[in-house]
Design a protein around this ligand. Structure first.
Ligand code: COA
Length: 385
């Protein structure tokens, strides 16, 4: 019997050449490119194509991909009607999972997934990928209006992915700095090796389920507070703490009660997550653009980081990607319960790159278990128990 490792910690679940993490050094690469360079020079559209195809695109292939994304932003009105039927009080991640799963009814496409043969039709994979990524931003932005009782604005084709998302969310064109910040956030969240939701992607993909089912499964997995749901909880935590002077007592009480500090710790990183460093820089940039005003949330966050480092550095617990993204989104006027949906929009790029990789060399996932139940025993009729 092989050794059982809880949480499959350190157990390779696949071979992949999409991204890589050096958790000791705190570095992240997409297809070999450091995340810092992509955040500085790339766009979400280009990074997505890099993740999917494995190489930085030429001008022509990027333009064609970008145009495909723009052409696929519309969603059929049936989906809008379906979304209207959902309770406004529901969590946006549940809405997103429902709406994405419903896409398979309106935009079917399983033609490449009908046998145990590998799916080698890259046009098919490309088309399904574009259909999903392009529409996820539209769906999330539409929900902001629908849940408040208003018709959403139509997507625009003359804007980049990040610009269109913010335009649809706010019904007005975004300030260029905010559009740039959103673009960088989408790049930073796009991929992260075999985390829980990507593993879920692989498992569902391995059954040759439709890509809509694959992404709906991944969205459900991302929604949990130990994964993507942590960014919303970071903001709630910082608001609960209230001010930097209360951070120490708060952190110590949580640790004494064996509770987690949201946005801290990571299975892979034993130092500060490089994405947290970039996001922290973006918060400062945004604050400086507003005259360098002090920010209670940021000051509280910095103090929480200092105290957690003091208490937990020996366990390798430092800020992860969710620690500063919540502050950033909040300062951009985005409601806290939409933070994780933005994460999902972005991560759809990585999930679909892994979907493609899985289809290229597929074998259904079927792990084993360590049985800890009863040995064989005889059934006892109900009146004899
Ligand atoms: N707050 C307090 N203690 C933490 C912690 C946190 N956020 N993250 C890890 N630790 C502690 C654990 O309690 C454990 O202590 P122990 O060795 O005394 O039992 C030690 O650090 C190692 O952590 P472990 O639970 O083995 O890490 P993991 O790889 O199983 O879990 C997370 C990783 C992300 C689930 C975990 O760090 C966590 O719950 N973080 C908060 C949620 C979050 O921000 N999630 C977003 C991740 S991007």
């Amino acid at each position: 019997m092989s050794e059982y490792l809880p949480g499959l910690a350190g157990v390779p679940a696949t071979k992949s050449n999409i991204s890589d993490i050096d958790g000791e050094a705190g570095v992240l690469f997409y297809r070999g490119y450091p995340i810092e360079q992509l955040a500085q020079h790339s766009s979400f559209e280009e990074t997505t194509l890099l993740l999917l195809d494995g190489e930085l695109p030429t001008t022509a292939s990027l333009a064609a991909f970008d145009q495909d994304l723009r052409d696929n932003r519309q969603v059929k009105y049936h989906i809008r009607e379906l979304m209207k039927a959902l309770p406004a009080t529901g969590h946006p991640m549940d809405m997103l999972q429902t709406a994405v799963a419903s896409l398979s009814m309106f935009y079917p496409g399983t033609e490449c997934l009908t046998s145990t043969e590998m799916c080698e039709d890259l046009n098919y994979v490309h088309n399904m990928t574009v259909k999903l990524i392009a529409r996820m931003g539209t769906i999330v932005a539409m929900w902001q209006h629908l849940r408040n009782g208003y018709e959403p604005p139509a997507p625009r084709e003359d804007l980049s992915y990040a610009e269109n998302f913010l335009y649809m969310l706010n019904r007005k064109e975004a300030d260029p700095l905010l559009a740039h910040i959103m673009d960088v956030c989408l790049i930073l969240h796009a991929e992260h090796t075999i985390n829980a939701s990507t593993f879920s992607t692989l498992v569902t993909a391995s059954t040759l389920a439709s890509p809509y089912s694959v992404i709906a499964a991944a969205i459900g997995t991302l929604s949990g507070p130990l994964h993507g749901g942590a960014n919303q909880r970071v903001l709630e935590m910082l608001n609960d703490i209230g001010s930097p002077d209360k951070a120490e007592a708060y952190v110590d009480k949580k640790l004494a009660n064996k509770e987690v500090i949201w946005g801290m710790g990571h299975r892979e990183y034993k130092t500060k997550d490089p994405r947290a460093t970039i996001l922290q820089g973006l918060v400062t940039k945004l604050m400086n653009s507003r005259g360098g005003s002090t920010n209670r949330l940021l000051e509280t966050a910095l103090e929480v980081e200092r105290i957690v480092e003091d208490r937990l550095a020996h366990k390798g617990v430092y800020p992860n990607v969710d620690f500063y993204s919540g502050i950033l989104y909040h300062e951009m006027g985005i409601p806290a319960d939409q933070f994780t949906t933005i994460f999902a929009i972005s991560r759809s790029a990585g999930w679909l790159a892994h979907w493609r990789e899985q289809l290229g060399d597929n074998r259904i996932f079927r792990p084993t278990q360590v049985y800890t139940g009863h040995a064989k025993r005889e059934y006892v009729p109900i009146d004899g128990r």
